[in-house]
Design a protein around this ligand. Structure first.
Ligand code: BDR
Ligand code: CA
Length: 313
């Protein structure tokens, strides 16, 4: 079996943490690197959190690179109220044994992708797209070389979660998202329309906890924190678990329904900054170079998380 080569670009973040546990435990993936970006919390914390999670999962073989500490041309925002001040919910952070790898995340992405066969490396982007935009600026040939860019971001039917019309990852750095979408990369976007179908019910969290490994315990603790916070802020009993979706799709594409489309991002308006305009009509859009997730099999996604967290090698 050929394993899918993958880079995860993320801002852990409680749901990023679950996505990392899914990837660390999935030996069907050849996880080349984790790259950290400032988003939910500043980049020094997201990079540290990625290293903490890597240590818990026993995957120190995977390098972690630190990337952009601020969006291309906006002030950093943050989403600490949904992730905890340190980004890991209730988990007390600690200084991990292994440091970050040398070099900037954007350069690491360039080196890893350009050094491998065309289209063979997928990138899952689980935070603002700043690192990807920087990499594509530094090496324009990267766009044609990248495999699928599976992005958690955007909203269409569901409306936004940070403003009425925008989802956090796109809103945090709309300029980066717009640049990446315009490069011709093969972008597959998992926005709130799909991720709101993947919810951590009390029963699903308990089932994950019952797996009993450190990875499962960490992932379940992230979901319990989210459940408490979303109940208080949004009034939801079962919080959406966004970031594992792109990773789950790479593992098992038939868990998601995708539709060809053209996605553009609002960068100018203060009111609708970060809105994703998703056009499905070829007659209007011309070509449809992107794909948009419209449905998700939540039991299937949770099944993958449980089995990945259960692997103790
Ligand atoms: C996205 O925003 C972040 O707060 C989460 O980690 C996720 O990537 C959901 O809108
Ligand atoms: Ca995230």
């Amino acid at each position: 079996m050929t394993r899918q080569a993958l880079i995860i670009d993320c801002d852990p973040g409680v749901d990023d943490a679950v996505a990392l546990m899914l990837a660390f435990g999935s030996r069907e993936l050849d996880l080349l690197a984790v790259t950290a970006v400032g988003g939910n919390v500043p980049v020094a914390k997201t990079a540290r959190n990625a290293r903490i999670l890597r240590q818990i999962a026993g995957r120190e073989d995977v390098p972690v690179f630190m990337g952009a500490d601020r969006p291309l041309r906006r002030e950093p925002a943050g989403a600490g109220e949904f992730h905890g001040a340190e980004g890991l919910g209730d988990m007390a952070p600690f200084e991990p044994d292994a440091p970050c790898a040398e070099g900037h995340a954007a350069d690491a992405i360039i080196d890893l992708v350009m050094g491998r066969p065309e289209k063979s490396v997928a990138v899952a982007v689980l935070g603002p797209l700043t690192n990807l935009a920087l990499a594509l600026r530094r090496e324009p040939a990267l766009a044609a070389r990248l495999g699928p860019l599976a992005v958690m971001g955007g909203a269409r039917s569901e409306g936004g979660n940070i403003t009425a019309s925008a989802e956090f990852n796109i809103w945090a750095d709309p300029d980066a998202a717009a640049e990446v979408l315009a490069t011709g990369c093969e972008v597959v976007m998992f926005g709130l329309d799909a991720t709101h179908q993947v919810r951590a019910t009390t029963a699903r969290i308990a089932a994950l906890e019952a797996v009993g490994t450190p990875s499962a315990g960490a992932a379940a603790s992230m979901m319990r924190f989210s459940q408490r916070v979303e109940r208080r802020i949004v009034g939801w009993d079962a919080p959406p678990v966004h970031d594992p979706c792109p990773v789950a799709w790479l593992l098992k594409p038939d868990l998601f329904g995708l539709k060809p489309c053209r996605i553009a991002v609002e960068t100018d308006s203060d009111l609708t900054r970060g809105h994703t305009a998703v056009e499905f009509r070829e007659a209007v859009a011309g070509a449809l170079p992107h794909r948009w997730a419209v449905s998700a099999d939540a039991d299937g996604v949770f099944g993958l998380i449980e089995s990945a967290c259960g692997r103790g090698d």
